[in-house]
Every structure is written in C-alpha cells, then in structure tokens.
Design a protein around this ligand. Structure first.
Ligand code: NAD
Length: 372
C-alpha cells in the first residue's frame, strides 16, 4: 500500500488527539465496506461522544470518496484517513477489515512493516484489541491469522465475521454476520460492534466456522441463481412476461432470494419493493468475480472434507467462465441471465444459418464460455 503524503501524518495526529480505547478502524471501503462503515459511524457517534474513526483502503480514491461523503455530516467528530493498516492498529482498539479475499487478508494483517500486526509491536497487556474480519476468505486463512493474533498480540482477539445480505443489506444495516469466535465472551464483545452494521450476528462456533457457514451459504446462492436464471429464461422464451414468471416463482415452490429480491431478469420485479441490479444494467451488487471466488472456496472446502458437490463444480465452472469476460466480471452475479440469453440467441442464429444452407461461421461463442 502506497501512502500519500497527506495521509502519512494521520497516525501521529490520531494518537495524539484521541483515545485508542474509543477509536474504531475500518479497512476496505469497497462496495460493502463503505456502507458498513457509514452505518457504524452513524450509530457509534450517537451512542459514544468520545468515539473516533480511522479509515484505510489500498485505493486512495476510495478513501477520498468516503471522507467526502461522510465527514461533513459530523463536523465536530473525527473520521481520519490512515496511510497503512499498521497505523490503524496503533490508533484503534477495534478494527474491522472488509477485503476481497485471502491474499488481501494475509497482506493487511501479516504484511511486513505496514501490516496490522506490525502496528501492534509494543502493545501492552491490558491494552485490548479486537479484530473483526468480515471478508469472505478461506477457512484456513481465518484460522491461521486468528492464531497469530492471539499468540503475538497481548490482549488481541480475532473473530471471522463474514456477512450475508449483499450491498442492499449493507446499506440498510440489515446484514447477518456469521461469526467464528473462540468463546461466547469474545462473540458478545464482537456482537456489540457488528449489530451497528447489521440486524443479527450468529455464533457458529470456534475460529473459522463463520467462514465455513458463509462459503456453504454462497454455494447454495450460486446454484440457486443459476437455477433461477434458467427458469426465468424458460418462462420468457415460452411466452410469459418476466413479471408474470417472477410472480409465479415467488408464489410457488421455486421461490428464493435469487427470484424474489435479486431476480436476474430485467423487469421481473417491477411493481415490487425490490430493485435488483438487473434493473441497472447489472451494476452494483455482488460482483461475478466474487461469486467465482466464493465457489472456488466452496470446492476447496468440500475437497478438504471429501464431500462431493457436483452442482457446485458446474456452478463454479460457469462463474469462472463469466469472470474471464471483461464485460461481466464486475457486474452483479445475476448477469448470468444475460449470458444465458446471449447463448440462446447464438444457438437460434446458428440453427437459422444451418437451415438456410449458409456456411457455418467461426462463432464468437458465449455458449462455450458459459458452459465449457
Ligand atoms: P470490493 O472489491 O468492492 O471492495 C474491497 C475493497 O478492499 C476495495 O475498496 C479495495 O481497494 C480494498 N482493498 C483491497 N486490497 C486491500 C489492501 N491490501 N489493503 C486495504 N484495502 C484493500 O468488494 P466488496 O463487494 O466490498 O466485498 C468485500 C468482501 O465481502 C468480499 O470478501 C466479498 O466476497 C464479501 N461479500 C460481498 C458481498 C457483495 O454483495 N458485494 C456480499 C457479501 C459478502
């Protein structure tokens, strides 16, 4: 992470001007993190007059955008940028991380002089620090990093607390946190902070179990989105409007979050209170690249315990292919519906050409990309 000169002084300013006990750090201000941090700031400032915040992201623009959107709302309170995770650790007793995946968690916690643990050198017993990692990463990373934290930081504890609920849930403060915490007491301590960003926190068990729960949930989500996309396309190609097909699914046994809240077919949820990414060209939401990553994590977890997951294997293959497409990788994972319709159109065009006796063209074939 490259500090900008303006940010380099942040750590010393924070250390001098506010108490570490009441300072909360937030690292990773992406699609989810910026909404979670906003809710956390709003609720914490209401409850604690001494609270202050330190925010950090590898992308300086993410920090600038966050400060621009939030600091003017609290003119007499401190929301300060930090140049590195180490500087966040020096200033804060509660630190939340919301990063893409395992490599970034390793880097932010253990990454040399700039990592969180480097910032804890010199920490004293009695100076408690609670790390809450909300990233969806692999279980082993969560377990290993938590162990290093417990063994090398006096008074240090780490909870894996990945979330379910998407960007809409993060914005509305209705997320569910799935927590792996070594004891009930540590879970309760974490819960106080987590419930300022969400509606519930579930103690799944010891370190790493929150990640197992999250990865299993996203295996179900990936498969259910594909099933919903296929069912919606079948209805539309069979002559139903997207709205009618969605109404059928959502009042029948095919209903799921993918059909009811995040329906992948544009127009399907018109007239309901849901406005899914399909209505905005699949912008926002849960990126296809992140679903591809979660399905790889699911296959890895299944492999480790010898569990066959044939549906997971197929879903993972489809999302790996979509992730490779520049036009899909950052779109919401419901964009799979668009890929499916494109495939259907290409098949139709090929059939027409063949029927008309035209020479088959070398196809730019999304079917292959979709299913190969
Ligand atoms: P994102 O890519 O939008 O945001 C990640 C942020 O982390 C970015 O701002 C990036 O600059 C920052 N970052 C990356 N490396 C960093 C580093 N080394 N140091 C500091 N900052 C760094 O991702 P997101 O959509 O916010 O998702 C975050 C996590 O939450 C992922 O693990 C994802 O699987 C999970 N998740 C996402 C959703 C969703 O709907 N987007 C839902 C549930 C869970």
């Amino acid at each position: 992470m490259r500090p900008t000169s303006a940010l380099s002084f942040a750590s010393s300013l924070i250390t001098r001007s506010s108490s570490r006990k009441d300072a909360i750090g937030f690292i990773g201000l992406g699609a989810m993190g910026k909404e979670m941090a906003r809710n956390l700031i709003t609720k914490t400032f209401k409850e604690n007059n001494d609270a202050s915040f330190v925010v950090c992201d590898a992308d300086p623009m993410a920090v600038t955008r966050f400060l621009t959107a939030n600091t003017s709302l609290y003119p007499n309170r401190q929301i300060i940028p930090a140049s590195s995770p180490a500087s966040v650790a020096r200033s804060c007793s509660t630190i939340i991380t919301m990063l893409p995946s395992s490599p970034q968690v390793d880097e932010v916690y253990l990454g040399g002089e700039e990592g969180l643990l480097a910032g804890m050198v010199g920490a004293r017993q009695g100076e408690e620090t609670l790390f809450l990692d909300c990233t969806t990463c692999d279980r082993q990373t969560g377990v290993d990093v938590a162990k290093v934290v417990r063994e090398s930081v006096p008074g240090g504890e780490m909870v894996d607390a990945p979330v379910s609920g998407g960007v809409a849930g993060a914005a509305a403060g209705t997320l569910t946190f799935l927590c792996g915490a070594e004891s009930e007491a540590i879970f309760r301590q974490a819960e106080t902070t987590l419930l300022r960003m969400g509606a519930r926190a579930i103690h799944c068990g010891g370190s790493g179990t929150g990640l197992v729960a999250k990865i299993a949930n996203n295996l179900a989500l990936g498969v259910s989105m594909l099933a919903t996309a296929e069912a919606m396309a079948m209805g539309v190609y069979g002559g139903l409007s997207p709205q009618t097909m969605a109404h059928v699914l959502n009042t029948s046994t095919g209903r799921s979050w993918s059909s009811e809240i995040n329906n992948p077919a544009p127009g399907a949820l018109k007239g309901t209170k849901s406005s899914p990414p399909a209505e905005r060209g699949y912008d926002g939401g849960f990126a296809t690249r992140l679903m591809a990553k979660d399905l790889r994590l699911a296959l890895q977890a299944a492999g480790q315990v010898g569990l066959p997951t044939p549906l997971g294997v197929l879903a993972s293959r489809i999302y790996d292919n979509l992730e490779k497409r520049d036009d899909y990788t950052n779109k919401d994972f419901s964009v799979v519906f668009k890929a499916l319709v494109e495939s259907a159109e290409i098949i139709k065009a090929q059939k027409l050409r063949e029927g008309g006796g035209a020479a088959p063209e070398e196809p730019d074939d999304p079917v292959k990309r979709y299913t190969a």
